[in-house]
Design a binder for this molecule. Structure first.
Ligand code: PMP
Length: 355
């Protein structure tokens, strides 16, 4: 088909491809790092009590209830907190706001595959820095001229957590650009860079309710940074959409933050399951970097990842596989319930018996 004149004015992008959300509820879904447990009990009670008549009104555009709850929980000022429609929305807004310098932004070569999509969308030049053979970041790579830095910690899809000394080394070397630490998975055994906020005005820490707070479906993400950075972020947000956070997200999000005991119990359960699944996968001939997340990034010693991926899929067990350089022999397996993991391990035992 020929390109019509109007198409020359189109902002063309190659979109991010999210993990599959199958209609079939019988699938064991270990492909998008969701939490296998329901949201906190208080969230479910609040949902019953929610006044749906209020849906006729616009929500509070400053998302004050949720911002205040997060500020209290993380011991920061409300003016240091920004919330969005999942951390995808928060990071996208942060790219739009802070990466406007002309120099390439830097991120790891193996990382969350949305970063290059946002960079392309907003026409931000970028350079990737290769992780080493153990999937570690070399801070020296981040000492070159750049227009900003982003990396997840722990990283995805590798699951590798970098100690805060390394994060700080990168911050120290980059006082003139914004450094974003994407902590989507930090609650599963990592350590947050929030403790560095007092010393680095250019640090933005992003987190999400999608994994450790069991609320991927509601779409809540947030970031914490200096008051100055949050003010810049809000200026951009209010120039795109005043009402990003809907009424149910605000009401229910607050309840999730309040229930610290449930949050701690759920994350502890996932960590315990992960640790025993690590042992079982090792016994089956898998290797993986040590994960501090709710997933394991595993390769088998003799069977190609794609084959295992397809075989698992045949048996309604969905994991994530990418046909991409460096990671095309690895599977990213989300930690589900103990029962779900038992089914997966039992299948793999049989499947890999003579291999
Ligand atoms: N960052 C990383 C590293 C992720 O893996 C994800 C999940 N796909 C996100 C951010 C976005 O998650 P959400 O928008 O659900 O908060």
């Amino acid at each position: 088909m020929s390109v019509q004149n109007w198409e020359k004015n189109v902002r063309k992008v190659v979109p991010y491809v999210a993990g599959e959300q199958p209609e079939n509820k019988n699938v064991i879904k270990l492909n998008t790092n969701e939490c296998p447990y329901p949201p906190a009990p208080g969230v479910l009670t609040a949902k019953e009590k929610m006044d749906m008549g209020d849906l006729r009104l616009y929500p509070n555009s400053k998302s004050e209830s949720l911002v205040n709850a997060l500020a209290e929980y993380y011991h920061v000022k409300p003016t240091q907190v920004f919330v969005g429609v999942g951390s995808d929305d928060v990071i996208s807004m942060a790219f739009l706001t802070f990466f406007y310098g002309g120099e390439p932004i830097l991120f790891p070569d193996v990382t969350y595959s949305f970063y290059d999509v946002w960079a392309d969308l907003y026409r931000i030049p970028y350079k990737t820095c290769a992780l080493d053979e153990n999937w570690r970041i070399d801070p020296a790579d981040y000492k070159q001229p750049n227009g900003g830095i982003i990396f997840p910690n722990p990283n995805a899809p590798t699951g590798v957590f970098e100690p805060l000394e390394k994060v700080e080394e990168i911050l120290k070397a980059n006082p003139d650009v914004v450094v974003i630490v994407d902590e989507a998975y930090v609650d599963f055994g990592g350590e947050s860079a929030l403790s560095l906020l007092d010393r680095y005005e250019n640090l933005l820490v992003v987190q999400t309710f999608s994994k450790s707070r069991s609320m991927a479906g509601l779409r809540i993400g947030f970031c914490i940074g200096s008051e100055k950075m949050i003010a810049y972020l809000n200026d951009v947000k209010y120039s795109v959409n005043s009402y990003t956070m809907n009424y149910p997200a605000l009401q229910l999000g607050v309840e999730a933050v309040k229930d610290e005991a449930y949050f701690k119990a759920t994350t502890a359960k996932i960590i315990a399951t992960r640790e025993r699944v690590k042992k079982e996968l090792s016994e089956l001939g898998f290797t993986f970097p040590d994960s501090k997340t709710n997933f394991i990034f595993a390769s088998h010693k003799s069977v190609p990842a794609k084959e295992i991926f397809l075989a698992l899929r045949e048996h309604n067990i969905f994991v994530r596989y990418w046909e991409k350089p460096r990671i095309n022999n690895s599977l990213r397996i989300t930690i589900g319930t103990d029962e779900q993991m038992d089914v997966m391990i039992a299948f793999l035992k049989e499947y890999l018996k003579d291999r």
